[in-house]
Design a binder for this molecule. Sequence first.
Ligand SMILES: [Zn+2]
Length: 450
Amino acid sequence: MPRSSIVIRNGTIVTMSGDHTVLRGHDLRIDGERIQTIGPDLDTTGAEVIDATDAIVMPGLIDTHMHAWQYAWRGLAARMWSSSAYRDLFWFLRETYTPEDTYESTLGCGHEMIEHGVTGVLDFFHGANATTEHADAAFEAHLATGQRVQLAYGSIVADPADRDRFARAHRQRLAGADALRARAEAEARGLIDVGLGLVTPAREVMGLFLDEVGHARAAGMRMTFHQNAPGEIRAIHEAGGLGPDLVPVHANTVSDRELAWMAEAGMAISATPQAEVAATRSVSVLRRAIAHGVTLSVGVDTPAVLPIDLLGQIRLAYILLQHTDAQAMHEAGRIAVDDVLDPRSATFEDVLAMGIRGGAAAIGLGRELGVLREGALADVVVLRPRDVDAAMSDPVAHVVLTAASAHDVDTVVIGGVVRKRGGALVGVDAAELERRNGAVRRRVLDRLSR
Ligand SMILES: [Zn+2]
């Protein structure tokens, strides 16, 4: 896909910059992979013109916790509690995956994310079997969709109680991640960065976890991990392991003291609102992270159970925050009847920023992504609302409360390349994509009945 010049014309631009500017009737010009300028009546010479009259122009959404390789399992485990699905179903199915299954799943998931305006993703890849072929397949699928990806290379192929096998798998994973990272630097035109999906830091594998952190830090790789059990952040802190390159996912059980250490270390959390609610976990971390100044980002988690729609997760984060605030208020014996008593811990802008600026920070691109301004990377979404007058009266509130996600996403530009236009993916045969998605899903599920 060529990168050239694009002018998005006459839009309502939600810049997501610090002062939350909304620029009405403005143009946005992209040259190559970056935003060249924003202003009224820009020169369109030599540029592809995309009309954004009556539309909202905003930075692309960034999902910071997705397992794209599980896309073939969608619809499979809606009635299972999260850990039982993994124990009884998912790990068995993983053993049966071919690299082609991984490729097709990742490709389908990436395309559906782009449909929903998700331009960037932290893909936690724990779908490796014994070789590196599955990770290569995930990488190649990401190359094909053109999404901006941090591919967190991980795998939990062995039981930690089986120490030898576990240690061997651990060494293989680090070598595989290094090799794939070198490949990404050579082939991915700056769009794919390979990091580490760390082992879950249960007490008995904390040594391995810290080993992985050391390996990644020495190489300048970013890291993410599933943070579920209480006390893990404390243990990592005491070992000197916290840092801005480390993104805990879920983090429901962190204490306020741990949040203070995370704020000091400049860390971002990946919150997965629907996954938390589905597993009846606490979501108080949303409100407490805001209070402690820890950056929040938002992720979907497994597509086996959850919708790909990140805007829906942002909306749910807003609802949960409001709910938590209301609970605190009622427990204090107060009733929110006027603005003086308004207990809200976050504005619409703050909540939307979790899915954009928070995401950019979590993938290490906080300085050049997540804001529409001159020189920023050109990951841009155009939303075309049905009810224009209502949407334009408060575009940010509209996006958080009302926008109908994939349906309303008219145009998606990633790194200066148009990936969706006029409501359809560019260069993708929709019927063929649907056929392939159906085929891989049936192929993978067929193995369940054998
Ligand atoms: Zn996960």
